[in-house]
Design a protein around this ligand. Structure first.
Ligand code: HEC
Ligand code: HEC
Length: 155
């Protein structure tokens, strides 16, 4: 009888330990989740003037509100396994400002390239416009499209 009483207590201690471990793990993963959330910056307000090709005369205005369908990492793709919110042309990133450069360092290629691993402004807009000629003109043309408007709004 005493023998089984001790075993009973041992079993109870066992389950208490197990519950304690589960709670600790839950608390830990919650802490990690909150940390990941805190890591994501606020979405900037519309009218963001993009860093430009130094020889480009027209500023490009980017609005996050019109691009809120996708996830941040669609554009702020991971660098070293983490979403990166630095400007596209930050030093060490897409910081080659030669239009003819076709490497992944090329700023121009990063905005206009058509078959890169990540969607670019033009590759995504081309997909969205599909066969809609009017949309194509609005979203993918070099002139009079929504991109190079000199900051004067969509034309
Ligand atoms: C469709 C592409 C796209 C998506 C999706 C996107 N962004 Fe951006 N974001 C940009 C571009 C382009 C810039 C300007 C980069 C530059 O200036 O070179 C930018 C800039 C930023 C900046 C820097 C602002 C500054 O003033 O320096 C922050 C912060 C940011 N985005 C947060 C977010 C967050 C958070 C999300 C997701 C909720 C998100 N973005 C989704 C394209 C995108
Ligand atoms: C993953 C897809 C995607 C990417 C990448 C993307 N866009 Fe767009 N963009 C859209 C969609 C969707 C719309 C809305 C199309 C419509 O009006 O029917 C849009 C609309 C726009 C407009 C017109 C609306 C406005 O806010 O003035 C501009 C300007 C624009 N994009 C600029 C850019 C620039 C600059 C980049 C690259 C830095 C970019 N986009 C990258 C999907 C994308």
């Amino acid at each position: 009888m005493r023998e089984s009483g001790i075993r009973e207590v041992e079993r109870m201690e066992d389950s208490i330990m197990r519950i304690f471990t589960i709670c600790m793990l839950a608390a830990l993963s919650l802490a990690f989740a909150l940390f990941a959330l805190a890591d994501e910056p606020k979405v900037p307000p519309d009218g963001l003037k993009m860093q430009n090709m130094p020889n480009s005369k027209q500023p490009i205005i980017f609005n996050h509100s019109t691009h809120s369908k996708g996830e941040c990492i669609t554009c702020h793709h991971p660098v070293d396994g983490k979403a990166d919110f630095r400007p596209c042309g930050a030093a060490g990133c897409h910081d080659v400002f030669d239009r003819k450069d076709k490497t992944t360092k090329s700023y121009y290629n990063m905005m206009h390239g058509k078959d890169l691993a990540h969607p670019t402004c033009i590759s995504c807009h081309t997909k969205i416009a599909a066969d809609d000629a009017e949309k194509k003109k609005r979203l993918t043309a070099c002139r009079n499209a929504v991109c190079h408007t000199g900051g004067g709004g969509a034309s």
